[in-house]
Design a protein around this ligand. Sequence first.
Ligand SMILES: [Zn+2]
Length: 792
Amino acid sequence: MKKMLFLCGLASVCSGAVLAQNLQNNPNSNHANKFEQLGSILPTPNEYRTASGAPGPKYWQQRADYNIKATLDEKNLKLTGSEIITYFNNSPDVLTYLWLQLDENEHSSTKNANYQTSNALPRQTSVQALEGMAQKGDNGLGINITKLTDAAGKPLRSVLNKTMLRIDLPQPLKPGQQYVFNVDWNYKISDRMKEGGRGGYEFFPEDKNYLFTMSQWYPRLCVYSDFGGWQNQQFTGRGEFALTFGNFKVQLTVPADHVVGSTGECQNYAQVLSAPQMARWQKAQTAKDVVEIVTLDEAKANEKEGTNATKTWIYNANNVRDFAWTSSRKFVWDAMPITVEGKKVMCMSFYGKEAYGLYRPYSTKAVAHTIKTYSKFTIPYPYPVAQSVEAANGMEYPMICFNYGRTERDGSYSEGTKYGMLGVIIHEVGHNFFPMIINSDERQWTWMDEGLNTFVEYLAEELWDNKFPSRRGPAFAITDYMKLPKDQLEPIMTNSENIIGFGPNAYAKPATGLNILRETIMGRELFDYAFKEYARRWAFKHPTPADLFRTMEDASAEDLDWFWRGWFYSTDVTDIALDSVRYAKADLNATSPRFRDTTVTQALARPQLNSFEDISKVRNREDKSIRFQTDVDTSLRDFYWRYARGQEPYDSTRYSIEVPASLEPLDDATRQQWANKHFYELHFSNKGGLVMPIIVEWTYKDGTKEIDRIPAQVWRYNENKVVKAFMKDKEVASIKLDPMRETADINEGNNSWGATATEPNRFQVFKQKQAAVRGQSTGINPMQKSQEKKGF
Ligand SMILES: [Zn+2]
């Protein structure tokens, strides 16, 4: 109703045909909220985070520096550590306590977060599962805090709540102050292959050796932020980490025959490597290809040894949010340098003989490719090393990650294993950027690191191999998930702990959404610039979803609120149907503009009866300035009020709406111009709920093809139905929507139309006398043309 009045008001400046056409196109015009701005769904901008999506003038973040000495006791499978933490309160707040994360309690039967899920009696199960059910009491896993003191050695009060430890500060920590304290701890290392989780050991029965992947291994500071206060949601094993940046000095004491890979730069290779290994390490600094620092033969010899002696490897890592390492006597270690914007990055890999056939040719090269590609799409890789470790899993830490990819015993492997390995290496190395550098809160938003990382992983895979079998990224690959019944879908903006479809919802769907933005909605140039700007703005900072959404729009001049709303906040899916097609040719002998006249008359002649006199009417009547300014006030409503009371004479020249004058016949040139055009009217409906661009592929009768792209805003007046008219030089044989499957349309069965109507309809074309033309008319769809002129 509102729209009708609005258009009536425009009748004197638009042609009547516009009105008629628009009413026809929108028989049940419905505004829902798909194009409304996100508004209060996003947090209010403030001096820490601006409305443009950038860090604000008073942006702050905390810092925690660690000085850690740890000893790996392989015989007893125990890790013992002592750490000094310096915590910098850069916030404007006074802190009375700090929170430490004790992630290893995940494995404890008594100190874990104990988030349970419903479980029915199994129809069949394993002995191990029954042993799990039978487990009672303390399984002995989890971290033991043996000492917690301030810098002077005075014990600190603390309270453990499962995986979170609150340290009560003896004195409030004021803004700008630092606090130094000590924690000593130890824990029984768990069997990662049995207990699950990210860190622990893998035992190789054949050679009786261990491969340790040490992660979440030391008490770590929680994030305290402007947007969330302390992030101390329990660690359940699912939602990953929220971590504070800082500098690390770490000394790792391990069996002397172990090879260590770690976050950071080793400070004492000269002491821990043999002379030939040290020489190879030095040679690798300028090598053009991969160099083995520890060779396969050395690794095989190492496997057979075993020693009571130890060595201490010393590492420094600056401006990292976490620290992880690996240690084993099974490792081959190779390295190759690359240069990223003038800075050397040592790309390295560690792997046992089981993975040699795949890791030796591919791993370090995949690390190098990932670092280079991500540096192009985000920010230049800032760290001195990047490492890939074969550990039969997939998990990421700063400068180091754990991946899978072992060959058959004879060294052979399938293409599936190879591409799986390449995908996981690219993915895990890629995590250096999201979330290790662009440090989002993984505990809250899995998609902010997994989704963004999976998207750039896809870009990197496609650039590694044009036929790379990428699982996640292309729009068509997400449709099987999005076809699920609505009650099995979840918005991307679901908290990490609560997601059911973890892979599709937190990895594939956000990655696909970014790819659709890049390829279909924004275009590569606008997207790439804005995405890079997000990375640049938030490198070494803590972004939130709003910072991403706002930056993408701020840097591109694309209003994407409809896309965030639909793709990230809702469970709507794409299913655009081509319901019907009308085919017409121009009738060039029209002589009278009946259609136009009647429409205008109908619209204006609609009676308006108002029996109730509202306050505005009463006040207008009482307002003497309106009643007596008869010579200046020419508004229609007040004129008739005055006219009816004999206060003003009627003057038709002042108040009539112009209608077009008579028509003149078309000249030959004009007839020739339009006679052979083919006109098509396409009727679309939105069956999936998600608004998307409409991509129309025309196949002409001569076999040639053409594509028209209609931006998603075409749905803004009516989210359910759209009609579009097209003029073509050639007759169309068939039509297909989204031919390159780039919008994740879940039902391709309603996307096409084959040639059926051979006999076109006719519609009249006329030429108006110039004096009578107000606005414009093409005779087909004036609305379309006026929209195009405005640049839609
Ligand atoms: Zn990941």
